[in-house]
Design a protein around this ligand. Sequence first.
Ligand code: GLU
Length: 415
Amino acid sequence: MSELNPYEVAVRRLEEAGRLLSISSDVIRILKHPRRVIMVSLPVRMDDGRIEVFKGYIVLHNSWRGPYKGGIRYHPQVNLDEIKALAMWMTWKCAVVDIPYGGAKSGIECNPKAMSKSEIEKLTRRFTATIIDDIGPFKYVPAPDVYTDEQVMAWIMDTYSTIKGYSVPEVVTGKPLSLGGSPGRGEATGFGVAICIREAAKILDLDLTRLTVAIQGFGNVGFNAAVSLAEMGAKIVAVSDSQAGIYSPEGIEPKKLYEFKAKTGSVKGFPGSREIGRDEVLTVECDVLIPAALENQITSKNAGEVKAKIVGEGANGPTTPEADAILNRNGVLVIPDILANAGGVTVSYFEWVQNLTRERWAEEEVKAKLEQKMVKSFYEVYNAAKKHNVSMRTAAMMVAVGRVTDAFEKAGLFP
Ligand code: GLU
């Protein structure tokens, strides 16, 4: 058993929740396995005329509570066990915030940073055409994830609609506004992380305006969490990206850092900051730590050095179970991924509802509904943690697995 295999970790956490809830081993056996795994190879003509073949994975984990839902990731390290774990986590995430979806995930092994826009477009359209019968508004509704964005979603929608012969905005979420995207979707995950941290500070009796924050990863989630927390009065003191870490006890203005990174390609060298190691951001002096990059960042090796009192998981699976045990022992409050970063899929759901009803909601309405959902879910998990005397992660799993199992018990097993 490896601390670092995300699928094994996902199964371990499922089994633990099953045990605590006394769920039948039959149900846990079903839930351990994804319902379908699709592997595709995607030939794409590159700009230099050569044909490259990319590997793609689609994992549909469970649909008892609704259509499969989950993002598409483009990353050089994508692999099947990772996508299987991420698909299972989507099932729990949708259940924790009680939106009517199951869980899925897709990934393409590629390095989008080394590809031109037109190569990424061809890859995306080829992928969509290849899985045309596996996605759909009531089958599997993809969304952005690591290194995919609203442009990629627009290409998916356009390819799907072109092949079907009519416009189908509800096949994918995280689209640009002009194609039926929802206001507030881009900021949603980071905003949701910030709301969870605000509520965690309340229960720990900490004043948010006096808290310092370190963020690993300055993509969509890290940036938007930084903006929301800075607006709430917290001070961002450390940020890292895939190239470097920076530290500034006086505080980092997230929007200025964003502009700087847009120009230079990295947070490295941001005026007024000093450079620290990329991984040092996890153990730097701070009150709140937000891992918002990839899996397996806080491990048994560095968990003991984490100084933060609150960890808000912006990424999926950033903390290994071994690290979790160390953080719990040290009294760190960990807001688990399936709760902390569920704001993204929640606004994906709002987008899908707007598309299906051909409605458009105002940004204030979306934000208010998201905030309500996050706060309600936060306290449902917190109360379960208190009731069962377990960590927030275990409590979130218990809430989620309980809801998914309940759906199965009502529906029964076909045939
Ligand atoms: N990729 C995001 C996640 O991991 C969003 C998924 C979605 O909106 O469907 O939660």
